[in-house]
Design a protein around this ligand. Structure first.
Ligand SMILES: Cc1cc2nc3c(=O)[nH]c(=O)nc-3n(C[C@H](O)[C@H](O)[C@H](O)COP(=O)(O)O)c2cc1C
Length: 206
C-alpha cells in the first residue's frame, strides 16, 4: 500500500500553474495506484495558523498537559499526515525569491522535536524516513543554475535544507519557470505546459 500526500500552496484557483500540475500528478498517480489513498491539504485556500506562545511552550513541555496537547492538536494532525504517507507532491510557487508564507506556516507546524526530528547518538536526526517528494514550483523569471538570477533562488536550497533536516532526502524538483512569458501572452499556456506535464506524468509513475 502507498499513500500520497498532496499539498497546494498557491492561493490561486484555475489560473495557478502549480495547482494545475499537482492536479495532473495526482490523476496520474491514482491511475498508477488504483484504490490507494490520497491525503490533500490546500494551504493556499486554508492557510495554517502561525505557531504562538502556547504552541512553543507545549512543543517543549517535558510533561505535556491536556492544554499542551490541545495547543498542538492541529500540528499533530499535520504530522500524522506526513507519517501516514510515503509519497508526497507539493505545489509551491516562488514568492519573493522563496516560498509562500502559508507553506512556511505549514513547515513551522510540522517541524517538531520528538515527532519529525530528534537527538540521536550522532546529534540531530530527522525522523521522517523512507519518503519521496516531488516539488512542483513555478516562477515568473528563471533561476536555473548558470543563469543570471541563479544566486537569488532561495526556494530550492531552503526546501532541500528543511526537508533534509526532518529526514526527507529523496527530493525531486519539477520547475515551471519563466511563466511571465505565459502571463504576458508571449507563449500559449497549453504549449508552455506540455513538456512540463510530461515530466509530471513520468514522476507520478516512477
Ligand atoms: C506575491 C508574489 C510574489 C512573487 N515573487 C516572485 C519572485 O520572487 N520571482 C519570480 O520569478 N516570480 C515571482 N512571482 C510570480 C509567481 O511565482 C508566478 O506567477 C507563479 O506562477 C505563481 O504560482 P501559481 O501559478 O501556482 O499561483 C510572485 C508572485 C506573487 C503573487
Amino acid at each position: 500500500m502507498s499513500t500520497l500526500l498532496h499539498i497546494d500552496a498557491s492561493p490561486r484557483g484555475e489560473r495557478s500553474i502549480t495547482r494545475s500540475l499537482t492536479h495532473d500528478f495526482v490523476a496520474a498517480w491514482k491511475a498508477a495506484h488504483p484504490g490507494e489513498k490520497v491525503i490533500s491539504r490546500d494551504l493556499g485556500h486554508q492557510p495554517p495558523p502561525f505557531v504562538d506562545e502556547a504552541w512553543i511552550a507545549a512543543a517543549f513541555a517535558p510533561e505535556p498537559t491536556a492544554a499542551d496537547t490541545a495547543a498542538l492538536a492541529f500540528s499533530s494532525e499535520l504530522i500524522a499526515e506526513i507519517h501516514a504517507a510515503d509519497r508526497y507532491v507539493f505545489g509551491i510557487p516562488m514568492y519573493n525569491l522563496s516560498i509562500p508564507a502559508v507553506f512556511k506556516a505549514w513547515i513551522d507546524q510540522i517541524v517538531r522535536v520528538g515527532r519529525t526530528f530528534g537527538f540521536g547518538a550522532n546529534g540531530l536526526e530527522g525522523l521522517v524516513k523512507g519518503k519521496k517528494v516531488t516539488i512542483i514550483t513555478a516562477s515568473g523569471s528563471v533561476f536555473r543554475a548558470g543563469t543570471p538570477y541563479a544566486a537569488y533562488n532561495f526556494q530550492e536550497p531552503y526546501l532541500r535544507g528543511i526537508l533534509g533536516f526532518i529526514g526527507i532526502t529523496d527530493v525531486e524538483f519539477i520547475v515551471a519557470d519563466g511563466v511571465n512569458d505565459v502571463n504576458y501572452g508571449k507563449i500559449d499556456r497549453t504549449a508552455y505546459l506540455a513538456p512540463i506535464r510530461e515530466q509530471v506524468a513520468a514522476a507520478a509513475k516512477a
